[in-house]
Design a protein around this ligand. Sequence first.
Ligand code: KG4
Ligand code: ZN
Length: 334
Amino acid sequence: MNTSLILAIESSCDETSVALVRDGKTLLSNVVSSQIESHKRFGGVVPEVASRHHVERITYVIDDALSEAGVTMQDVDAVAVTQGPGLVGALLVGISAAKALAFAHSKPLIGVHHIAGHIYANELVEEMEFPLVCLVVSGGHTELVYMPEHGVFEVIGETRDDAAGEAYDKVARTLSLPYPGGPAIDRLAANGEDTYKFPRVRLEAGSFDFSFSGLKSSVINAVHNAEQRGETVIPENLAASFQASVVEVLVEKAIRAVNEKGAKQLLVAGGVAANRGLRAALQEATDREGIRLVIPPLDLCGDNAGMIGVAAHHAYVRGKRDTLAMNAVPGLSL
Ligand code: KG4
Ligand code: ZN
C-alpha cells in the first residue's frame, strides 16, 4: 500500500504541468509548459489568458508526461490535481482534466493543496524528518509552517499584507523590469550593495508574522525621491538593498521558529526559494546554528506537477480520496 504511481496535474496559475510520480519519490516525468511569454506584455498574469492557455495545452502536456514516463493510464493508481489556492478558471481546467481521466479510467481522484505541493518538493531532496518547519515563500504566500507529521500543517506565522514574491514583482515593476520580477531582482542584487539600509520589519517581539508592504513603499519612495531630485538610482544597489531587507527577516524568523519548535529540519518552499540571496543566507545561518536545511533544486521551486504528485502520494497512502463532485477552491486553506 506504500507504493503508488500517480499522475499529477498542476494548473493553478501560469504553468500547465503534468507529472508521473512513483512512490512519492521518483519523478518519471515532470512536464511544465510555461505561459510567461504571453503574460509578459501585461506585466503580470491575466486570469482569462491563463485559463485559455491551460485549455489549449492540457491534453498535449498529459500525453507528453505519459509518454516521457513510458507508462499508460492503465498503470496509474490515482489521479491527483491542485484543488487550490489559485486562479479559479485556471484551477478548473486542471480539475476538469483530472476528473475526466479518473472517470474514464476508473481511478481514484485526489485533490492537493498547492502549498502542500511546494512543501513536499523537498521530499525529493531528502526524506522529511518530523517535527519540521517549512519557510513558504511564493507569489501568493509567505508563511512559516510547522509539521509534526505527514499531512499536518500548522501555520505559525504568515504575511499580514504582501507575499514575498508579490513584493519582488512590485519592486521589479517600479524598476521597469519585465515580469516575473523575482528572478530579475535576484540577478541585479548579485551585482549591488545594501546602500539604502531599508527598514527590517519584525513586528511584535516573538511574532512569526511578516509584513512587506512598508518595505515596498520605501523602495518606491526612494525611486520617486531620486527622480524629483533629478538623480538616477543605481538599480543594482536598490535591488540588493530590498533583497537584504527581505532575506534578513525571513532567515531570522525561520531560524527562531526551528529553535523554538525543536524542529529537526528547516525546509524551504515556493518560487522565491529559487532566490540566490535567500539560499546563501539560509545556508550560512543554518550552518552556524547546526540546523539541517533542505531546499528544492531550482527547477522544483516554481510551480510544477511533480511536487503535487509527491504530496498526493502521502495523502493516497493515508487513504484520502475525493469524488467527482470536487470543485476548485481558490482560497483553500492548508
Ligand atoms: O511558487 P510560485 O512559482 O507561484 C506561486 O505559487 O505563487 O512563485 C512565483 C513567485 C513570483 O512572485 C516570482 O517573482 C518569484 O516567485 N520568484 C523569485 C525568484 N524566482 C521566482 N523571487 C525572487 N528570486 C527569484 N530568483
Ligand atoms: Zn506556487
